[in-house]
Write a protein that binds this ligand. Structure first.
Ligand SMILES: Nc1ncnc2c1ncn2[C@@H]1O[C@H](COP(=O)(O)OP(=O)(O)OP(=O)(O)O)[C@@H](O)[C@H]1O
Ligand SMILES: [Mg+2]
Length: 463
């Protein structure tokens, strides 16, 4: 059965506001309130607090959050740790790996197919980097600890980010943390939490009913001879913080149970719809292309014998399809480069041309209105860098009117760009190499987008 987790991200750009303490202890309290509920946690920070807190002595680790980011399902990376909480080991190399993460929605997509279940808690770095952004967009609920006015000011950036992306900000909730109960003020707002809450509400931010007090006992939980970090649940009994975490965990459990469709499920539905759309667009594209070689008319897109080496499209979109590699090379050798090659497959000149041709994109543009005469020929590399540009003269019959030797370039132009009467259309023909093992891959979403982008680039330079 496919499972979809409810995701809670703990985030604040401000350091030392209690993010990790909140994330880790919340996981433990949730598990304590409902033993059956799978609770998993991982961190995008590199201080290994999660690992110190949840790992068992001598536990073997394979895989970490880095693997999660490269697509390994979260369900295969989690291990059951102390207090029954599942965790994905932290990674010390995230700062190098995060540069590869470009899509801010990548984690949301990964969690939608992670196989994780129940509640997933994500601890983040005090930084709005791409990983934090990912964690924010994947979350059903974002807990933003605020301990003072600077941290309250800072959370504006998270709200702005959501505005920019057009995302619903109702998942964002502030929670006063490290509240020193001894500090009292005169006037309307008598203490730190009331003051912070009033300022938060005044700015239009949602603020959690519960707050977390500053407690010397809690502060001491990560300083002990064992080098471990102890949880509030077991080592902070009798403190206010213990009661506050119980109350927070209860509220969250209630919200979790009330959520029938977490974001990971909605993302899953969106991904299914997207891939269905991609499939039908691909099939429509494939249905519209000529399956026979444009030059020799041989069927080259059969499932078993695919010999297509090149994809072609005309700039007016009227004609598109594939070409046999040998056929296209013949056009190049006889009509463009005009050199003689032997029949032998290992003719060094032919081999050289074959190799360099696979790295190039070709453009042919006949002079408009003429059915024979001159045309522009350009050769680009596959990134769109112009390599050569020249004009080519061609005729229907390579050896003159009364000669049988038809010019293959003339036939190619006729097949692709034939227009009204005996003229060519006012368009150009672009020819792009394809993977001979799966030529139709060029018609798939990302490859076709790159091809169209390249074609657009070239078109603007031909004007
Ligand atoms: N309720 C609390 N009472 C007392 N001390 C606390 C409390 N919560 C956290 N601390 C202490 O405050 C310090 C910062 O907490 P924590 O590491 O959770 O913050 P953080 O926001 O995750 O920090 P960073 O931004 O560096 O990741 C730690 O030393 C922690 O023990
Ligand atoms: Mg932290």
């Amino acid at each position: 059965m496919t499972t979809f987790p409810y995701v809670i991200t703990v985030s604040s750009e401000k350091g030392g506001v209690g993010k990790t303490t909140l994330a880790t202890n919340l996981a433990i309290f949730l598990k304590a309130l409902d033993e059956e509920l799978p609770v998993s946690i991982f961190s995008f920070d590199n201080h290994f607090t999660i690992d110190k807190m949840f790992s068992f002595k001598g536990m073997e680790h394979s895989g970490s959050v880095s693997d999660l980011l490269t697509g390994k399902p979260g369900g295969e990376l989690v291990r059951t740790g102390q207090y029954g909480v599942n965790y994905i080991p932290s990674s010390g190399t995230l700062s190098q790996e995060k540069v590869k993460v470009k899509d801010p929605m990548a984690l949301a997509k990964l969690l939608a197919s992670s196989g994780l279940d129940g509640i997933v808690i994500i601890d983040t770095r005090p930084d709005l980097d791409i990983l934090t952004e990912n964690a924010l967009y994947a979350a059903d609920k974002v807990l933003i600890p605020v301990k003072d006015m600077p941290s309250l000011e800072n959370c504006k950036n998270i709200f702005t980010l959501f505005d920019k992306r057009g995302l619903d900000k109702k998942s964002l909730v502030l929670i006063p943390c490290l509240i020193d109960e001894r500090i009292k003020f005169d006037g309307l707002f008598t203490d730190q939490k009331t003051l912070l809450r009033a300022f938060a509400i005044n700015r239009g931010y949602k603020c959690h009913e519960t707050y977390i007090s500053k407690s010397p006992k809690v502060e001491s939980l990560n300083t002990n001879p064992d080098g471990r970090i102890y949880p509030v649940l077991t080592h902070g009994r009798g403190t206010d913080v213990h009661g506050q975490f119980t109350s927070l965990a209860r509220d969250i459990l209630y919200e979790y149970r009330e959520t029938s469709e977490p974001r990971s499920y909605l993302f899953h539905q969106w991904l299914v719809a997207e891939s269905e759309k991609e499939r039908s667009t691909f099939e429509a594209r494939l249905g519209g292309v000529k399956k026979e070689c444009l030059i020799c008319n041989k069927h080259i897109l059969q499932a078993t014998t695919q010999t297509a080496g090149y994809y072609y499209e005309t700039s007016d979109g009227i004609s598109s399809g594939f070409m046999d590699e040998e056929c296209f090379l013949k056009v190049l050798t006889t009509s463009v480069y005009k050199f003689k090659v032997t029949e032998s497959e290992d003719d060094p000149t032919l081999m050289l041309l074959k190799e360099s041709t696979r790295e190039s994109v070709f453009v042919f543009r006949p002079d408009p209105g003429n059915s024979s005469g001159a045309m522009e020929f350009r050769r680009f590399d596959t990134s769109g860098q112009l390599l050569t540009s020249r004009r080519i003269n061609y005729r229907e019959h390579a050896g003159g009117m009364f000669h049988d030797d038809r010019c293959p370039l003339y036939d190619l132009m006729g097949a692709a760009l034939a227009g009204y009467g005996n003229t060519f259309r006012e368009a150009f023909l672009i020819i792009h190499p394809v993977d001979p093992h799966s030529p139709d891959k060029i018609l798939q979403k990302d490859s076709y987008r790159s091809f169209s982008h390249l074609k657009g680039n070239i078109a603007t330079r031909l004007i």
